[in-house]
Design a protein around this ligand. Structure first.
Ligand SMILES: [Mg+2]
Length: 345
């Protein structure tokens, strides 16, 4: 006697989930199968999850996962007078400690700043040797810090931002901590990238980093016959008609706006430039950061320049200028509720 086979036929019930999805699910065709409901539930859950990720997966992730802030004239305004006092103190140091003729100071400062990023880096490049800590304490030790007042508005803005925040300054650690403390912002940042970060003490005499291109080749200042450091005449050099920066001595100091300095700082702090917004008052620092893929905000100017993605007069304009920075919190809530929906009871 012929007996009909009652087992479910699963071979003819392949379902391709999506046309762009390269896997298939096999379902039993008999509706009285006890596993049918369970299989259907699992399938529907998978489809909902995939559809949700398709629609929202890309926009769910916040654009930035780090905000990188310069300190001076970025987190407080130029009108505080600190920048003018720094310049005065640098010039006094050059006259009093390095014995440089006063009449040469304006031109020298200008050339060093333009060609080396900071006057300090330029002084070391052209042959002056001095203690970094002594220089910083001379230049920053007498600043009118009393001009920096607690900024509860900025503190509230920064504290409400659900994104990692890091300071990146050419100044030394003592100054950075003091300025942040005066502004009442000392607890707003995950860390500080400063002079000491990029110029650790041991690097004043040697370097074992093959990538440290700026440092190599400048370990020793040339010396005159009498044994004193030979000073490169940068004013005389640039008085020549065809003088270019390629003929300048290199500096052992690593600082903004050197692209390699910024790259190193990002590496030290494990910062992805393509997911970071960089706040700066210096146009050349902005442009160097842009070379590495950072998105940039020029602070202190209302007009954007080449390399700046945003420009605003004050850091206080942050919420109005880039409100999407606060979206990360909302996205996190949406993601959480979606996960809750798709979890079977
Ligand atoms: Mg600055």
């Amino acid at each position: 006697m012929h007996t009909q086979n009652k087992s479910p036929d699963i071979s003819s019930s392949k379902i391709k989930i999506r046309k762009d999805c390269n896997f298939e699910i096999l379902l039993p065709t008999q509706r009285n199968n006890t596993n049918f409901l369970l299989c259907s539930f699992i399938l529907i859950s998978i489809l909902i999850k995939m559809e949700f990720e398709d629609r929202y997966g890309q926009v769910q992730r916040p654009k930035y996962d780090c905000l990188l802030f310069d300190l001076d004239d970025t987190l407080y305004p130029l009108s505080s007078g600190l920048a003018a006092a720094v310049l005065k103190n640098i010039q006094d140091y050059m006259i009093e400690k390095l014995g440089i003729e006063e009449s040469k100071i304006p031109d020298l400062c200008d050339l060093l700043y333009k060609n080396y990023g900071t006057t300090m880096a330029g002084l070391r490049a052209i042959g002056y040797d001095f203690d970094y800590d002594e220089y910083h304490s001379f230049v920053h030790g007498r600043l009118p810090y009393e001009n920096l007042k607690p900024d509860p508005v900025l503190k509230s803005l920064l504290s409400s931002l659900p994104i990692r925040k890091v300071i990146f300054t050419n100044a030394d650690k003592v100054h950075a901590i003091k300025a942040l403390s005066r502004l009442g912002l000392e607890d707003c940042f995950e860390g500080i990238l400063c002079f000491e970060t990029l110029n650790p003490t041991h690097k004043s005499t040697t370097s074992d980093d093959e990538d440290d291109i700026e440092f190599l080749g400048s370990t020793q200042s040339p010396r005159a016959e009498n044994g004193s450091p030979e000073i490169f005449d940068i004013i005389g050099y640039f008085s020549q008609p065809d003088a270019g920066s390629s003929g300048l001595p290199k500096t052992p100091i690593v600082c903004k706006p050197s692209v390699s300095a910024i790259e190193r700082a990002l590496k030290i702090a494990n910062i992805d430039p393509h997911r970071t917004l960089f706040f700066e008052d210096s146009v050349r620092n902005i442009q160097a950061g842009k070379c590495l893929g950072l998105d940039t905000v020029l602070v202190g100017k209302s007009q954007r320049v080449k390399g700046a993605d945003y420009a605003f007069e004050s850091i206080h304009n942050l919420r109005e200028a880039i409100p999407e920075l606060w979206e990360a919190d909302k996205l996190a809530e949406v993601t959480y509720s979606a996960v809750a929906v798709e979890t079977p009871a």
